[in-house]
Design a protein around this ligand. Structure first.
Ligand SMILES: [Zn+2]
Length: 404
């Protein structure tokens, strides 16, 4: 086998393509492979698929290919424009690259694989490709795979806000709780954000009635959006969000009491932890503080009592328990706790709906760590446009091409 034949086979090409020449420049660390097609070859129309179209003219183009050892490799070819009887003059699709890309498909697959495992900036430096080009490649394949997402069996969704950067800029993540994957990302956290998700489902011919449960926090805009566009979906308030609010109420009690009770100094995190997660020293502290008839200790007991709620199996039992808890909380004479109890009352059904399906946004929280990774990967690219691509890439479980 000659060198030219070897390269042709390695590139996976055959008739009408052949290798016209190979130039190797060790100073420039560059390998150039010149491809050409045999004279008189006919090609398929890229629009209608008609075969045997004659060549109208050609235009020379170059593509970056996978490195040849430590040398950058490039393919060059004159790309024919054919004359199709139906469609007129059209540029053909070459077998080694997608339309309008300056990289071969194999090179793009390599970029895709690396981007799943490393940050964009060092990737750009490693392969000597401008970051904009990398984003263009990722965007193409991610969008393509995302548009082909199969959501036909999705019944439980989680909705969670995510801060884009420090400050108050949010995006909303819609998760498929059955498959633990991010299925949709929208900028902002408004009612319209939920509408956009409903529109996305509509585009994919998914009836919103298919979604049985939506797990969310108590953010009013989400609830309004769900009511408007997911009328048949049962709303479940995420238990972790409920407990976060409860913890916040306990902390408010502590902060107020601290003004008179300096013994509470450095105890903030002890009150926020679950009792079972306290270490020995923290247990001792809590026990001794509990004997001092502190308001904070009372708030803490109310919190720990609410935590027991989630262990119930049946909704009726849970409701009886929650009623007792509510009575206790509203008679605690602790304003932040009473305020929180009122919120519980207003969101009563959504909290108890948990016992029908036992879903939480824990999956999304798990996805959160992937998103944090994604944000690090997109370092220096904090705009929604880039975050969206990288989050789908890392947490979307997309069916991405792995080879050409
Ligand atoms: Zn045609």
């Amino acid at each position: 086998m000659s060198t030219k034949e070897l390269f042709l086979t390695a590139l996976g090409l055959d008739h009408p393509w052949y290798i016209k020449g190979i130039t190797f420049d060790s100073t420039l660390k560059r390998l150039d492979i010149q491809l050409d097609f045999y004279k008189g070859s006919k090609f398929t129309c890229p629009e209608c698929g008609a075969h045997h179209c004659i060549v109208h003219d050609t235009k020379e183009r170059t593509w970056r290919h996978l490195d040849f050892f430590q040398h950058q490799a490039y393919l060059t070819a004159r790309v024919p424009r054919i004359r199709c009887e139906q469609c007129g003059v059209k540029q053909i699709n070459v077998p080694w690259a997608r339309k309008d890309s300056g990289f071969t498909t194999l090179f793009e697959m390599m970029v895709l694989n690396f981007a799943e495992h490393m940050a964009i900036k060092p990737l750009s430096e490693m392969i000597h490709v401008h970051m904009d080009s990398i984003w263009r490649i990722l965007s193409h394949y991610v969008d393509q795979a995302h548009s082909q997402l199969d959501l036909s069996s999705m019944q439980q969704i989680g909705i969670d806000e995510f801060s884009k950067r420090s400050g108050h800029q949010y995006m909303t993540i819609f998760g498929d709780l059955d498959e633990s994957r991010v299925v949709y990302i929208s900028d902002g956290r408004k009612t319209n954000t939920v509408h956009q998700f409903a529109d996305f489902l509509k585009q994919k011919a998914i009836d919103t009635c298919q979604i049985q449960y939506a797990c969310t926090d108590m953010w009013r805009a989400y609830l309004r959006g769900l009511k408007e566009r997911f009328p048949a979906t049962i709303c479940v308030f995420d238990k972790y969000h409920v407990m976060t609010m409860m913890n916040h109420a306990v902390d408010l009690v502590r902060r107020r009491e601290y003004k008179e009770q300096k013994v509470l100094k450095h105890t903030r995190y002890i009150w926020l932890k679950n009792n079972q997660n306290l270490n020995h020293q923290q247990q001792v502290t809590i026990e001794s503080l509990s004997q001092m008839n502190l308001k904070t200790a009372r708030a803490y007991r109310i919190k720990e009592s609410l935590r027991q709620l989630w262990f119930y199996q049946h909704q009726e039992d849970a409701e009886l328990y929650l009623k007792k808890w509510y009575f206790w909380a509203t008679h605690s004479r602790l304003d932040p706790i009473i305020e929180f109890a009122k919120i519980v009352k207003t969101h009563w059904t959504g909290i108890l709906n948990y016992f029908q399906c036992k879903i939480t946004n824990g999956i999304i929280e798990g996805i959160n760590s992937k998103i944090k990774t994604a944000m690090k990967r997109a370092y220096g690219f904090k705009s929604f446009k880039y975050l969206r691509i990288i989050i789908y890439l890392i947490a979307g479980k997309l069916d991405l091409p792995t080879q050409c």
